[in-house]
Design a binder for this molecule. Structure first.
Ligand SMILES: [Zn+2]
Length: 123
């Protein structure tokens, strides 16, 4: 499934960041999804639930921000938000380049470096 490999990739990135900072856990992973990314937020969230429970990611939250589709006109270079997938410049009617909204992107990772209060549990 598409979302599973995306989540695995996100977890790998988050874990690399965790190791860089020598943190014990990952608390929160924030991603942006654009309308053209082909990623279904609900499927991504459920894939995350299935795959995240490997120690350090067990308590991690996945925060999904859905971003707007932003394009720039090829002719007049005006930037604007695209609605209803109308890929034409609002001003001059020419073609546009999508500059934001066609990807899944890792935005931030929140790390926990201190131990949680001792509860007597081993994990
Ligand atoms: Zn234009």
């Amino acid at each position: 499934m598409h979302e599973h490999s995306l989540v695995k990739n996100l977890l790998r990135q988050a874990d690399a960041i965790r190791r860089q900072h020598d943190a014990k856990r990952v608390d929160e992973i924030r991603v942006e999804i654009g309308p053209l990314s082909g990623v279904e937020p609900l499927l991504l969230a459920s894939a995350f639930k299935q795959l995240a429970c490997e120690e350090i990611f067990c308590n991690a939250q996945l925060i999904i921000d859905q971003v707007e589709l932003v394009a720039r006109c090829n002719a007049c270079e005006k930037q604007f938000v695209i609605h209803d997938f109308d890929f034409r410049c609002a001003d001059c009617g020419r073609g546009v380049d999508v500059i934001r909204g066609d990807e899944l992107q890792l935005v931030s990772v929140s790390l926990a470096s201190d131990e949680p209060a001792t509860t007597g549990k081993t994990r």
